[in-house]
Ligand binder design. Structure first.
Ligand code: PLP
Length: 388
């Protein structure tokens, strides 16, 4: 992990005429001047490289792309305005009318909605739930062109065997796309195991301070060139240079944040496992022996986002638990400095919860940078209030 951490920490070589900043410039511009007409002609003929327009490329974004590609051990990367921008650009570039996409397990809800929407362009999809990676291949059709998944998945944090998926898919010419946001490029590198495309929402751990929305796709140069040409330049979800700069700053502390959060996570899990009011915990550390083996094979550490199910939960218990928490904020998203909680029960969605195979008392909890004793006493107090 040390070599990878150094990519986050190294000081970039940025030499200008009479200064070399430790922190890179934010090149906050939409457009770039050509030197003269000849330069304009050469750049347009691709005889010479120059930045021309930020939707087509920007030095601050490129610095971030280079670092993220190195961290994920990919050939190239492309930034986007959001994780969903990265996901939609990748899928819309790689799929065509007549194709079939398989979505595996509980992936992020908006990704499922996006892929389902593609039926109006003649792209069909099947959303499947599997407990064993091999089951995925039963759903492959002649026109299956993409297997889209997360490992660990959202909500249930189930792992899949990346090497099995990549081997099977390569033989059949199917693209494999993983949303690797939970692991960050520091804890899992799917490209090394043969997966074709890795996506991150940079709004989470990479930004790390709950102040940006952004996304990235990392892959081979060939695939990224295709995604840039259509998914970035034409669909146009361009990340702002300011957000790219904040993500570069976020990367500096990613290794130390992850270490601290993993230690706190372990202590919180130890506490929750002993508490009789907790029905179950969803996290690769707690999902059983087979899942543990996959975690050991692929993960170099653990993300601090987990699922927690309250025993015999009803709407009143959920409300009392959440409203009693003082150090977990009820809010969407995760990956920032602050601990968060969110319940899958939103007041009027019991049918949807059943359809998604989730439980009424299921919460998504994110362990931030606060002290573990503080978080544990907060959880204990909220459980006492909920089950009084
Ligand atoms: N992937 C995962 C696992 C997420 O949790 C999210 C957002 O919550 C996204 C993708 C979407 O990212 P963004 O909000 O940056 O579009």
């Amino acid at each position: 992990m040390k070599d990878i951490e150094n990519v986050c920490l190294e000081v970039d070589e940025l030499d200008f005429d009479n200064y070399s900043p430790i922190s890179p410039d934010i090149v906050l511009t939409s457009s770039f001047k050509f030197k003269n007409f000849d330069h304009y002609v050469k750049v347009n003929a691709k005889e010479e490289f120059a930045y021309t327009y930020t939707r087509d490329g920007n030095p601050t974004l490129n610095l971030l792309e280079t670092k993220l590609a190195r961290l994920e051990k990919g050939e190239a990367a492309q930034m986007f305005a959001s994780g969903m921008g990265a996901i939609s650009a990748s899928i819309l570039t790689l799929a065509k009318a007549g194709d079939h996409i398989i979505i595996v397990n509980t992936v992020y809800g908006s990704s499922v909605k996006l892929i389902k929407q593609l039926s109006k362009f003649g792209i069909e999809s099947t959303k499947i739930d599997v407990s064993d990676t091999l089951e995925i291949f039963d759903y492959v059709k002649n026109n299956t062109s993409i297997i889209y998944f997360e490992s660990p998945s959202s909500q249930k944090f189930e792992m899949l065997d990346l090497e099995l998926i990549s081997k099977f898919s390569k033989d059949k010419g199917i693209f494999t796309i993983i949303d690797n946001t939970w692991s960050t490029p520091l804890l899992q590198n799917p490209l090394v195991h043969g997966i074709d495309v890795v996506i991150h929402s940079c709004s989470k751990y990479i930004g790390g301070h709950s102040d940006i929305v952004g996304g990235v796709v990392i892959s081979s140069k060939k695939i990224i060139d295709e995604i840039v040409e259509f998914g970035q330049v034409l669909l146009g979800a361009t990340m702002s240079p300011m957000n790219a700069w904040l993500a570069l700053r976020g990367l500096r502390t990613l290794p130390v944040r992850l270490k601290s959060q993993q230690e706190t996570l372990q202590q919180v899990i130890n506490f929750l496992q002993e508490d009789p009011r907790i029905e179950r915990i969803y996290h690769p550390l707690c999902n059983g022996e087979q899942q543990n083996e996959l975690a050991h094979k692929y993960l170099k550490g653990y993300g601090s986002l987990l699922g927690v199910v309250l025993k015999d939960a009803n709407p009143e218990i959920i409300k009392r638990f959440i409203d009693s928490l003082e150090h977990f904020t009820l809010a969407y998203s995760w990956g920032g400095f602050e601990s968060l909680v969110m319940s899958v029960y939103k007041g009027n969605n019991i049918n949807e919860i059943k359809e998604r195979g989730l439980s009424l008392g299921q919460l998504r909890m994110y362990i931030g940078l606060e002290d573990s004793e503080l978080l544990i006493s907060d959880l204990k107090n909220a459980l006492d209030q909920a089950y009084q």
